[in-house]
Every structure is written in C-alpha cells, then in structure tokens.
Design a protein around this ligand. Structure first.
Ligand SMILES: [Zn+2]
Length: 214
C-alpha cells in the first residue's frame, strides 16, 4: 500500500501540475470517446495500451469482461452501459478480452475450482454461450488453444449480450453506436478485432475503422 500512497503523492506534485488545465476543463463534464468493457485483470490497463488520458474512456471492468443480458438483474454493468449510451452519447463500445484470462481459465478448469468460488461461478454463467462452443467444437484441443479460443468466443458472446440492452440495440439500429470486439495480448501488446465479414479476429490497424466518426 505504501507504493500506492507514494504514487498518489507523486501524481499530485509531479504529474498533475502539468495537466492542470485539462483537469480544470474536465471538472465541468466528460465526453468520452468510447465505452470500454474489459477484464479487471491488473495487466490489462485500457488507458495505457490505448494511450488515452483523463476524459477519453468510460470504463467498466469486471472478471471476464462480462455483460449480463438485459433484465437478468439490476447491476453495475447495465447501469453503466445505459448511462454511457443514453447520457454521454458514446459513439463506440469496445468489449475487450485478453490473453491468459483467469476467469476464462477458471471456466476451462471445470467445476472443481469453481466449486470453491460460488460468486465467480454464478458470474461466469454469463459466458455459457462461449463455454458451449468450446465443449462442442474444440474439446479435443490442448488447454492453451482452448483458452485462446474461449477468450475470443467470450467476447462474441458478450457482444450478443450487449445487444439485449434496449438502449444499445436502439443506438446500433440508428447507427449512433458501433460495437467492437477486441482481444489484447499481454505478451506482445497485439490487439485483434473481430471482423464480422471475415468471421474472425484480425489485427487492429488504422484501416480497422474506415468511416468511423472519430
Ligand atoms: Zn481476465
């Protein structure tokens, strides 16, 4: 904890003075470029790997970058999605999985590990669509390959869940919001994005968002 407090004090004395004008401007409101839904994993820091600063991203992070379907239960993810779309008017929503995800590893490890983690177990039921793809199509593959596939399938499953939220479905329908499925690779910083036409994840490039508003 000492390192964290040192960090706060260092930020206040060394970093903040150079960004004072920005924070002053942001103190009256925010207009983030995107809603980012990622994993809580300490190695996946959205502002760092996307090189964004204060005010740029509206961020939701949880175990496994999960989006519970609409109307399952009131929750922080649903409320944040509604606020980001309806109030902040974000033009883009990114759901981002990552390599070596502990939540996805827990799913693959089966009921043994999850038995001791009832909350995690219940939460990861929201990834069941992805889990089924692994069980039905990739059961014979090695664990590392299965994990990589599950991470990607989970991003796709959560994009489907995202569209069950009326505020998102309406905004996508009227082309006010675009959805993106990403996977961040921790060892290489590579980001792949789901190409719906190709039906696969492809490397993110400048050309990934041709026609994007910003
Ligand atoms: Zn994770």
């Amino acid at each position: 904890m000492k390192r964290i407090i040192d960090g706060v004090l260092k930020f206040q004395t060394e970093v903040f003075p150079n960004q004072k004008a920005l924070f002053q401007q942001l103190s009256s409101g925010q207009r983030p470029q995107a809603l980012f839904i990622g994993c809580s994993d300490s190695r996946v820091i959205p502002e760092l790997f996307m090189q964004q600063g204060p005010g740029d991203l509206f961020v939701v992070r949880n175990a496994g970058n999960i989006v519970p379907p609409h109307a399952v239960a009131p929750g922080g993810v649903s409320a944040s999605i509604e606020y980001a779309v309806a109030v902040l008017g974000v033009p883009d929503i990114v759901i981002c999985g990552h390599s070596g995800c502990g939540a996805m590893t827990a799913i693959l490890s089966g009921s043994q590990q999850l038995k001791a983690l009832p909350e995690v177990s219940r939460w990861l039921n929201f990834a069941n669509a992805a889990t089924r793809v692994i069980e039905e199509q990739h059961a014979h593959k090695d664990e590392r390959t299965k994990l990589d596939i599950l991470v990607r399938e989970n991003v796709l499953a959560q994009l489907v869940n995202l569209l069950t939220h009326p505020v998102v479905a309406n905004a996508v329908q009227s082309k006010e919001v675009r959805l993106h499925g990403w996977v961040f690779d921790i060892a290489t910083a590579t980001v792949t994005t789901y190409d719906a036409e190709a039906g696969e994840f492809v490397p993110l490039t400048h050309a990934s968002f041709v026609g994007a508003k910003s």
